[in-house]
Design a protein around this ligand. Structure first.
Ligand code: SF4
Ligand code: SF4
Length: 374
């Protein structure tokens, strides 16, 4: 079982797609949902309760999450010191990574760090100076011995040229990443679609960029014998190659991956924090193996690519922040992604038959915070 431990709702950044959108959507209507807007700013439960929960599951993986979890370094240290989780991971904006001592940073199995691509783009989305500080911190943790997986976690929207930015992250003179994941900023806010250019961008830029990137990915397999860890591609290709079908969310949200709020309530995923209708238990008495499971509904359950997509996002599916016809554009990006990989399968299979790559190269730790379907 995977748990996101939300250490705080506060953040030290003011990113465009999060802080700025929240400001614009301030009058948004969340009618139909009972939302608790007064959750504690930091964890208000005793760490022993978290220990009690985790102890019941030998496979318990804890991912520190926020807001920005590194605003709570003391809590991180206490949890790592006192608990016996199988793995600890963190999703961070990276700005404060220098504040956590190496003996703790080096305990992380995986660090997902928010970075959107090169300096110009990252600073455009996340604020001037962000890129430099994050890269300096990443160099520091590497120097200090961090040997786990470091995943560049991009948020992508209209200013992103996906091909250019992903290939830049993989290969640049500043700091090259070996793992990259991205998620579309789409379907999270109520009123943003009308003021955005998502339709044109997704149809004229993103979808073709994805096709180009898939080709590049398979070219690298052929040229260098490596399967680059581009998480959306890995997840889909692995399923297609093994003929695996899924009707479960690939992020794991609500069925194997849960989030623990600062007040100890358990929700399907961090984005659903405060949504009382989705409180599935409390860490004081929950049994991880008996936690209620929540699944996506229509339109996903009636969709012809549901068995590969898995539903993309429970939050988007239940809140329906975007109108159905607008969300169709998001689904079209999913279809395009699946189709682009499916078209390359014969080439991938040939490379496997020739021994250039193997099915093992597509393996990854599922539910590690990469949602697979962007
Ligand atoms: S493509 Fe869209 S409708 Fe189909 S399963 Fe995925 S998110 Fe749901
Ligand atoms: S994809 Fe959606 S349901 Fe899954 S973790 Fe992200 S916000 Fe939650």
């Amino acid at each position: 079982m995977f748990f996101h431990v939300i250490l705080t709702g506060e953040c030290n950044s003011q990113c465009r797609y999060c802080f700025a959108e929240a400001m614009e959507d301030v009058d948004e209507d969340f009618s139909g949902f009972d939302v608790d807007y007064s959750l504690p700013k930091k964890i208000s439960y005793k760490i022993d309760l978290l220990k009690r929960l985790c102890r019941q599951d030998p496979e318990c993986v804890l991912t520190f999450y926020g807001g920005e979890p590194l605003l709570c370094t003391e809590e991180i240290k206490q949890i790592i010191d006192r608990m016996n989780a199988k793995h600890f991971m963190i999703q961070t904006n990276g700005l404060l990574l220098n504040r956590l001592e190496p003996e703790y940073v080096n305990r992380f199995h995986t660090i997902l760090v928010s970075i959107d691509g090169d300096e110009v783009l990252t600073d455009y989305y996340r604020g001037k100076g962000t890129f430099r500080k994050v890269i300096d911190n990443l160099k520091l943790i590497k120097r200090n011995g961090f040997g786990g997986e470091l995943i560049a976690r991009m948020t992508v929207m209209e200013q992103t040229d996906i091909y250019k930015q992903v290939t830049w992250l993989l290969n640049n003179s500043e700091f090259s990443f070996s793992s990259v994941h991205w998620q579309l900023n789409a379907g999270f806010w109520k009123n943003d679609f009308a003021r955005r250019d998502f339709k044109r961008w997704s149809e004229e830029n993103y979808n073709s960029g994805i096709r180009e990137l898939v080709k590049f990915w398979v070219d690298q397999m052929a040229k260098n014998g490596v399967v680059l860890r581009l998480y959306p591609f890995l997840g889909i290709a692995q399923s297609l190659l093994s003929a695996e079908k899924t009707s479960l969310l690939r992020c794991g949200g609500g069925w194997i991956n849960y989030a623990i709020q600062t007040d100890g309530h358990i929700v399907p995923c961090p984005t659903m924090w405060g949504m009382k209708d989705y409180y599935l238990g409390h860490i004081s008495n929950a049994d991880p193996s008996k936690l209620k499971k929540v699944f996506v509904g229509e339109p996903c359950t009636k969709c012809d690519v549901f068995h590969i997509c898995g539903g993309r996002c429970l939050y988007a599916n239940v809140t329906k922040r975007w109108a159905a016809e607008d969300y169709t554009l998001v689904c079209n990006t999913v279809r395009n992604l699946i189709d682009a990989i499916a078209k390359e399968l014969p080439r991938i299979r040939r490379l496997m038959e020739n021994g250039r790559i193997s099915l093992k190269d597509f393996e990854f730790m599922k539910y590690n915070g990469c949602e697979i379907i962007p």
